[in-house]
Design a protein around this ligand. Structure first.
Ligand SMILES: [Mg+2]
Length: 237
């Protein structure tokens, strides 16, 4: 098991000049649960597309997620869905649960080098989210599912695409993510890997594929508090 800490050894990150952040449940807490809204929108989309009831739509949605990494990828493969229409519908959500997090913004800003958002969502969704958090200006670029050619994390080719497009030296990069499986490819490419876990784990309803196991030796650190973790990295606790 990786060690759970809010105060990592800054020396472990001294070489890092490329900071790569997942978006959902990483840059804001799991309990905000924006995904619940996205999830509902996706179910509705599948239900209307395939003319099935919500229970059947949900089953398919989750199956595609498991089989292909995203519901969208499954829908594109099996039903030739227009990805833009799907992404727009999925992310038509209320962003008001997100509050500005200036301390997180300051910590991200103070990290030496470039900062990226790397998401299986869309650029408009990432921008709206980061803007609501008040941290959008601190990122150099956003790599989304469209840039990934709709091949989602955890596919290795998508990390390679991200790194090539942005000329990221992965041996000098760190990746922050809330899904353990999405840290495997970055670790294989020499990146420092940090798993963000909910600080109310007991209450959180975690899907079974989101749980950490003993086999997760590709995770260097686990933390419940990204802001504090980054402040430790930059020596400003
Ligand atoms: Mg996430």
């Amino acid at each position: 098991m990786p060690q759970l800490t809010q105060t990592p050894d800054a020396a472990d990150f001294a070489h890092v000049r490329e900071w790569v952040f997942d978006l959902d449940n990483t840059l804001y807490p799991h309990r905000i649960n924006l995904f619940e809204q996205i999830d509902r929108n996706m179910t509705r989309f599948v239900s209307e597309l395939l003319q099935v009831d919500a229970v059947e739509a949900r089953k398919l949605q989750k199956q595609y997620y498991l089989d292909h990494g995203t519901t969208l990828q499954g829908l594109m493969i099996h039903h030739h869905v227009d990805p833009n229409a799907f992404l727009e519908r999925a992310h038509a959500i209320d962003y008001s649960p997100l509050l500005p997090h200036p301390e997180l913004g300051e910590a991200i800003k103070a990290l030496p080098g470039r900062k990226f958002i790397f998401t299986n969502g869309s650029v408009p969704h990432a921008e709206a989210t980061a803007r609501a958090l008040g941290i959008l200006d601190h990122f150099d670029d956003i790599f989304d599912i469209v840039a990934a050619g709709y091949v989602p994390k955890p596919a290795g080719e998508t990390y390679d695409k991200f790194a090539a497009l942005n000329r990221v030296d992965t041996s000098r990069a760190a990746m922050f993510e809330d899904l353990p499986r999405n840290l495997k490819a970055p670790k294989e490419r020499g990146m420092r890997t940090v798993l963000i876990v909910p600080n109310n784990l007991g209450d959180a309803v975690l899907d079974r594929w989101e749980q950490v196991s003993d086999a997760d030796d590709h995770i260097d650190y686990m933390t419940e508090d990204l802001e504090r973790f980054l402040r430790s990295v930059i020596g400003r606790l």
